[in-house]
Design a protein around this ligand. Sequence first.
Ligand code: CAA
Length: 390
Amino acid sequence: MKIGIDKIGFYTPHLYVDMNKLAVARNVEPEKFTIGIGQEKMAVAPITQDSVTLAANAALQILDDADREAIDFVIFGTETGVDHSKSGAVYVHHLLGINPNARSVEVKHACYGTTAGIQMAKGHVALNPESKVLVLGSDIARYGLNTGGESTQGAGAVALVISANPRILTLEDKSTYLTSDVMDFWRPLYSDKAFVDGKFSNEQYISFFQTVWDKFKDDTGMELNDFEAICYHLPYTKMGLKALRTVLDEATEEVQERLKENYKVSTQYNRNVGNIYTGSLYLSLLSLLELQEGLEAGSRIGLFSYGSGAVGEFFTGILESDFREHLAADQHASLFESRKEVSVPEYEEIFDQTLPTDGSDVELDINEDPANICISGITDNMRQYVNKLR
Ligand code: CAA
């Protein structure tokens, strides 16, 4: 039975900061951010968006009534969870009106959570071929103002429907994975900003890629020439390129050119959003599928997932015959075009606005936020979510 990605949705907040202007404000040459890091625009989440609302907004675009009935499992990948106990999946399940006879859980391992969700979904569909699983990957990346990681922040979410006979990408069975207890990036429960050993995290990312890629080749007999493209988890768009470059000489010159060209296309959305942690790999896949006109059905795409701390996985998919008809490139182009630039001081002010953590109530103005689903405040320690379409 074929199992894979049937639909993909994406959402990013309506505000962004220009990386050239951020560089000037930080006394850094703009080319460091635009070329060295590889980012053009960085999404900025207003206080009326959290990981739940971003995920729900991403899924809202893709679900129809038949999906709402057929989905019996909601898996929410995040490392920006809003509650130590209750899962974000339950809020999203409610906000989207999904059939009550469903399981809803949150999964966490840094930027690897969505991939874990997809693999769980695959197993579930293998046992229950009629079911559909909604897998969400949603995060707000925060390192802090004036920190080394600041240029690699971002915010956004992806939503994927995993089903039998998928219309976009069939996931192949073989995948290779690796776990090792390393402290390259982490966020203790008391902190709303990540701690990171930047250079070490880059090294771990590359080392994990090389290990799972070598094992994949050994296990399957496949080689680089068998791939049309490889999509990477993209904390910033230069990162995947650093990993790809370490194996490129395994391919013929023609394939090397193809992989480099497709890599570039696969980073386009991420360049304009920043790191969305667990959704980043799937945003890169979406960028490739929606923007690379030359992609053909039947092509094999490699996917490298990396979650600091650390877990890595390499797996593959084959493009379905009419995959383009099931994408929403125009909708995503409008989403990007409708965003509003904020100045660096405005971004700093928004960054410092956080929800109370002392148990007090707050009411938020959601009229400034064009998103359909927003957080409107906190009452009695409960987040209040609004779906404006209801
Ligand atoms: N023109 C062009 N390029 C320039 C330049 C200029 N004027 N000035 C500097 N550069 C280049 C540098 O040469 C360097 O390129 P290479 O990496 O190819 O050598 C690049 O810009 C970055 O410069 P630095 O290494 O000096 O940058 P930095 O030390 O200030 O910070 C960082 C880079 C370590 C990635 C930092 O942003 C960071 O800590 N980010 C968060 C951690 C992260 O994203 N890690 C990625 C792996 S972990 C992961 O993937 C999980 C996750 O999502 C977090």
